[in-house]
Write a new protein. Structure first.
Length: 516
C-alpha cells in the first residue's frame, strides 16, 4: 500500500513539473500493476490532455468512469475532454449530472461556464460562475473566470473589478494582472504598476507567473512612454518563455516548404462542390496580431453574419484526417479532391462543430489566423467559402507578437530571430497561395482600413457577397464577444496610433528591423 502511494506521489510531482511524457509512461506501467486505482486514470488522462492527445485522454477517462461511475473527479475530467473534443452535448450532460449529484462541486460550475463561454453563451457562463461564488467566495479562479467573461463582452470596468478581486485572494495569480493591463490605459499615478513592481521584486513566482507580470509591466510602461523600461521587461519576459520551450523553427520551415511541394501545380478547377453546406463560411486569416479581430468585428456587425471567433476545428480535422507523422499526406490531399464521400465526411465534421453556436445567421466567420497554412485545403473542402487575408506592416505585426504572451502555441514569437524566420515563411506561403489561386483571396490591409475605413469596409462586405449595412461602419459597437487579447482594440473606433508603432521600439529591435 505504501509502495503505490509513494509512486502516486512521484507521479503527481512529475505532473506538477509538466513532465507529461514521463507521467504517461510511468502511469501505464502502474495501471497494469494496480488497475483498481482510479487516481491513476485521472493522472494519465490529464497528462494526455496536456499533451494535446485528446482522444487518448477521453479513452482513459472513460475507462476510469466505467470502473467508478460515481467518481466526481473523473466525471469532471471526462466532461472537460468531451468539451475540448467538440462533443458538446455529452460534456453538458455530464456537467449537469455532476452538479445534480454534488451541488457544491465548484469545478463543475467553472468548467461548465467555460464551455458556455466557448460557445459564446456568455450570460449563461456568468450565471454559472456566480453560482460557484455563492458556494465559496474565496477561490481566485472563479473571480478570474468572471473577469474573462466581462472582458470578452467589452465590459472592461467589471473585468478589472473581478481581476482585482482575484488578486486580493491570490497575489500570485498574475494572469489577472495581465488582464488588467490589457484593459487599462496607464498614467503615472496608477497604483497597479506599483503593486506589480512590488510583486516582481518580492514574491517568489514560477515562470508563467513571472512572464505574465513582465508582459503586463511592459505594457504599462509603454503607456507611460517609458520605452526603454518597457522593452527591458518585454525582453526578459520573452527570454524566460523562450528558455522554457522545446521549439525548433527549422521544423516549422520544413513544414511550410512541404505544404508548397504538396500543392505545387495543383489544379483546383475540378474540385467537387460542397453539397452538405449548412452555412456560408468566411475564413479570416493571416499572421496573428494582423487585424483579424478587427475584420471579424466589421463583418459580424452585419445582421446576417455570426462571428464565431477563433475555431480550432479545421486544424483538428486536418491533423487527424490528412496528416501522417505530422506532415500533410499527398495521397490524402488527392483523395480529398477526388473522393466526394471523403470530402463530405470532413465537411460534416466541421459543420457539426458549428452546431454548438446555435446560430441562425446564414453567414459564419472563422477567424483562426493560422488557417493561412490551410488555404489549399479550405479551397478543397469549402470551395464556395470566402477567404480574407489580413496583412499589416511586417515590423508592426512582429513587434505586436513580441509584445504579447500567448498561452499555448505561437512559440515562434518569443525570439526576434525566430519571429523573422516565421514571418518570411508565412509571406512566402501567402505568395504561393495567391499565385496558385488567383483572385480567390481578398487582401485586407490593416493600414488601408485605418486610413480610409468606409471605402475599405465597403470592399470587404462586397467581397463577402453581403448587401451593404451601415452597421458595419460602427463595428466598435458590435456586441459579438471577443475571446482574444485584441478585445480592447477591436472595440474602439478606428485609431491610428497602432500604425508604425514599431518606430519607438526600433532601437531595440535589431533583428525585427531586418524585415521588409
Amino acid at each position: 500500500m505504501k509502495n503505490i502511494e509513494s509512486k502516486i506521489k512521484t507521479l503527481l510531482n512529475l505532473f506538477n513539473a509538466a513532465n507529461y511524457e514521463l507521467v504517461v509512461s510511468k502511469s501505464k506501467v502502474l495501471i497494469k500493476e494496480f488497475p483498481e486505482y482510479i487516481i491513476l486514470y485521472n493522472i494519465l488522462g490529464s497528462a494526455y490532455q496536456n499533451l494535446g492527445k485528446l482522444d487518448f485522454a477521453e479513452n482513459i477517462f472513460n475507462k476510469g468512469f466505467k470502473m467508478d461511475p460515481g467518481n466526481i473527479t473523473i466525471m469532471n475530467n471526462l466532461a472537460n475532454v468531451y468539451k475540448n473534443n467538440g462533443k458538446i452535448n455529452l460534456s453538458e450532460k455530464l456537467f449537469q449530472k455532476i452538479i445534480k449529484k454534488k451541488p457544491d462541486y465548484i469545478n463543475a460550475y467553472v468548467n461548465y461556464g467555460n464551455l458556455k463561454r466557448d460557445n459564446n453563451d456568455f450570460e449563461i457562463a456568468i450565471d454559472l460562475y456566480e453560482k460557484a461564488l455563492k458556494i465559496n467566495d474565496k477561490i481566485p479562479v472563479v473571480y478570474y473566470s468572471l473577469a474573462l467573461a466581462y472582458q470578452g463582452l467589452g465590459k472592461f470596468d467589471l473585468a478589472i473589478e473581478y481581476a482585482e478581486k482575484t488578486l486580493l485572494i491570490e497575489p500570485k495569480f498574475t494572469q489577472a494582472d495581465m488582464l488588467i493591463s490589457q484593459s487599462t490605459k496607464y498614467h503615472s499615478k496608477n497604483d497597479h504598476i506599483k503593486r506589480m513592481e512590488h510583486k516582481n521584486k518580492n514574491l517568489e513566482l514560477n515562470n508563467n507567473q513571472k512572464i505574465n507580470l513582465l508582459f503586463a509591466l511592459a505594457k504599462a510602461y509603454e503607456d507611460l512612454n517609458e520605452i526603454s523600461n518597457s522593452f527591458d521587461h518585454l525582453d526578459l519576459g520573452n527570454k524566460i518563455k523562450k528558455k522554457s520551450l522545446n521549439y525548433k523553427i527549422n521544423e516549422e520551415i520544413v513544414f511550410f516548404e512541404d505544404i508548397k511541394k504538396k500543392f505545387d501545380n495543383f489544379d483546383f478547377n475540378e474540385i467537387s462542390k460542397d453539397k452538405v453546406k449548412h452555412k456560408k463560411l468566411v475564413f479570416i486569416l493571416g499572421m496573428p496580431r494582423s487585424g483579424t479581430s478587427l475584420v471579424e468585428q466589421i463583418i459580424s456587425s452585419h445582421s446576417n453574419v455570426f462571428g464565431a471567433g477563433e475555431l480550432p476545428q479545421l486544424s483538428k480535422i486536418i491533423n487527424q484526417e490528412l496528416m501522417t507523422n505530422d506532415i500533410l499526406s499527398k495521397e490524402k490531399i488527392y483523395e480529398l479532391a477526388n473522393n466526394e464521400s471523403f470530402a463530405n465526411k470532413l465537411r460534416l465534421q466541421y459543420y457539426d462543430y458549428l452546431k454548438r453556436f446555435d446560430a441562425t445567421e446564414a453567414f459564419l466567420t472563422d477567424k483562426a489566423p493560422l488557417n493561412f497554412r490551410w488555404i489549399g485545403l479550405i479551397r478543397l473542402l469549402f470551395p464556395e467559402s470566402k477567404i480574407i487575408h489580413c496583412s499589416r506592416n511586417p515590423k508592426d505585426n512582429c513587434l505586436s507578437l513580441y509584445k504579447n504572451f500567448f498561452e499555448g502555441g505561437l512559440n515562434f514569437s518569443y525570439d526576434q530571430n525566430e519571429l523573422v524566420s516565421y514571418y518570411k515563411q508565412y509571406s512566402s506561403l501567402m505568395n504561393f497561395w495567391n499565385d496558385l489561386i488567383p483572385y480567390k483571396i481578398y487582401e485586407a490591409k490593416y493600414e488601408k482600413i485605418i486610413e480610409n475605413p468606409e471605402n475599405e469596409i465597403r470592399k470587404i462586405i462586397k467581397f463577402c457577397d453581403l448587401p451593404w449595412e451601415e452597421n458595419c461602419l460602427s463595428f466598435h459597437k458590435n456586441k459579438t464577444p471577443i475571446k482574444t487579447m485584441s478585445t480592447a482594440q477591436a472595440r474602439k473606433p478606428i485609431y491610428k496610433s497602432s500604425v508604425n508603432s514599431f518606430e519607438k521600439f526600433s532601437p531595440y529591435l535589431k533583428e525585427l528591423n531586418k524585415i521588409t
